[in-house]
Design a protein. Sequence first.
Length: 87
Amino acid sequence: MQVMVEISLYPLMNEYIEPIKQFIARLNEHTQLSIDTKATSTTVHGDYQTVMKVLGEEMQRTHEEVGQAIFVAKFLNFDAMHANKGS
């Protein structure tokens, strides 16, 4: 099963831009995932188990390195090949 996750990171610190850039850069290192970054969020698409594993690891790393940070995410079980079947 495929999943699409829209995720935003809000580090609770004055210098918040760099931790966001680092989080996105680490996500982009996972070539088995499709990553699309917009102004306020990043969309991660791929195999459900892989996406959940990668996000769990990268979110934990961010919390360990940054301290207090908020992640806001929306999850959609998604298969691009079947996305328009219901129309």
